[in-house]
Write a protein that binds this ligand. Structure first.
Ligand code: GUN
Ligand code: ZN
Length: 441
């Protein structure tokens, strides 16, 4: 067992109200192994009340620091680290001119391994302790990312990118086996083998990953849906309704479906643990479909602003009642930093909510990138919070990390003011440490 004395930020259980932050100026966080040998939070609260309860537990005192839940990135592309900041007229030319040429390189295991090493280090340096990530269509890239996350004992979900048409051969699923009938068939065989190798191993999870409907044939989407039905606790990840040209293309390719989103439903790909990036241009029936099926949206504000895709509609999402959380979407997204993502989400929220005289509160923004994202992933009570029983993944923040942060945070007279100062001025310098729950063997 071990305890940390610092200011503490966490969230009330969801049934007490959404996005309800708790803050203890002088708090104690006690962590220790659970029955399964995972390092979890045993207790959290005010130092003075709790100190006598744990007399023999060593306490690390972190004066002036804030301990908060590790951030959860609901949608990020591991092979796109080098693609950040590539200008294009919009999504489709960006994919063709920058993204596919870079993703081609992940066919080589050594290239994948060094990129995975950098990617995981960069997530942790920015305070992201859980991620749902895209790999490429090459199994080498999936193995490299799982290997790296396993070495760090990080909670990470990824999967083989399914794409069997409408892209250069070099980034389509390969037909490797002698008896392989098609790219689609091979990609599904490979996906299942990867599920069996990695899903549920330590803190790793598998996601069935059709890139987006336009990159997959009917056969491939059908097979992905069947795989999802056979493995109900595996995740699904894809993209939907990001960009007007993309939507027109998807409608043309799947005219029998009611909408772009409905295409995924028609192939059995909307359910709990199905995470769809963007969800910008949805209609009312789509939003009801999201809620009814239990699918969730990964909101990617820096990416949507960078690629000029549009603005996620928070008011309509809340009205419909489907789950969502925040994501960097690197490399369409411009930063690994959750602070940059939360600030961009604030701007996006203003676009939709200003008319109603509303804006997203700092507590809600923070929740969207921690407990809210975990909930949307089906990991409520596992990560994204510091309630007892949660895995002990947390960040140590130094609110004096820069002269301006020090000046501004010292003026805060409420929790919302303190959180907003960090959201607006924060970046990787604010994150002094990310602590990952380690298995005790
Ligand atoms: N749609 C299909 N592939 C991608 C991708 O890599 N990034 C984004 N932002 N959208 C996509
Ligand atoms: Zn994406």
């Amino acid at each position: 067992m071990k305890a940390y004395r610092a200011a503490l930020l966490w969230f009330a259980p969801h049934h007490e109200g959404p996005a309800l932050a708790r803050f203890e100026q002088d708090g104690l966080l006690v962590i220790g192994p659970d029955a399964a040998g995972r390092l979890v939070v045993l207790a959290i609260g005010d130092f003075r009340t709790m100190q006598g309860t744990y007399p023999d537990v060593p306490v690390e005192h972190l004066p002036g620091r804030i301990i908060a839940p590790g951030f959860v990135d609901m949608h990020v592309h591991f092979p796109q680290t080098n693609v950040i900041g590539s200008p294009a007229a919009g999504l489709l030319p960006w994919l063709e001119n920058y993204t596919f040429p870079e993703e081609k390189r992940f066919e080589a295991p050594e290239y994948s391994a060094q990129a995975a090493h950098f990617f995981v280090a960069e997530l942790l340096r920015n305070g992201v302790t859980t991620a749902l990530a895209f790999a490429t269509s090459h199994p080498e890239s999936v193995n490299a990312l799982f290997d790296e996350a396993q070495a760090q004992q990080m909670r990470l979900i990824t999967g083989l990118c399914l794409m069997d048409r409408n892209a250069p051969d070099t980034v389509l699923n390969r037909c490797a086996d002698e008896g392989c009938a098609s790219r689609a068939e091979q990609s599904l065989v490979d996906s299942e083998a990867l599920i069996q190798r990695w899903h549920g191993k330590g803190r790793l999870g598998y996601a069935i990953t059709p890139r987006f409907a336009p990159s997959c044939t009917d056969v491939q989407l059908q097979g992905a849906g069947e795989l999802a039905a056979r493995y109900p606790d595996v995740w699904i990840q894809s993209h939907v309704a990001e960009n007007k040209d993309e939507i027109a293309w998807a409608r043309q390719l799947f005219p029998q479906s009611r909408s772009y989103l409905a295409t995924y439903e028609d192939f059995g790909l909307l359910r709990e643990r199905a995470i769809y990036a963007h969800c910008i241009h949805l209609d009312a029936a789509d939003r009801s479909l999201m809620r009814e099926t239990g699918a969730a949206a990964a909101v990617c504000p820096t990416s949507n602003l960078f690629l000029g895709s549009g603005f996620f509609d928070y008011l309509e999402a809340d009205c419909a009642g489907f789950a969502y959380g925040l994501a960097s979407d690197v490399g369409g997204g411009t930063s690994f930093s959750p602070f940059h993502t939360m600030l961009a989400a604030y701007y996006v929220g203003r676009e939709g909510q200003a008319k109603a005289g509303l804006s997203l509160s700092p507590q809600h923004l923070w929740w969207q990138h921690t407990a809210g994202a975990a909930r949307a992933l089906g990991l409520d009570g596992v990560v994204g919070n510091l309630l007892p029983g949660c895995e002990a993944d947390f960040v140590v923040l130094n609110p004096k990390a820069t002269p301006l942060l020090e000046r501004k945070t010292s003026l805060a007279s409420s929790l919302n003011e303190l959180l907003f100062s960090m959201i607006v001025l924060g970046d990787d310098r604010l994150v002094e440490r990310a602590v990952i729950s380690q298995a005790i063997s």
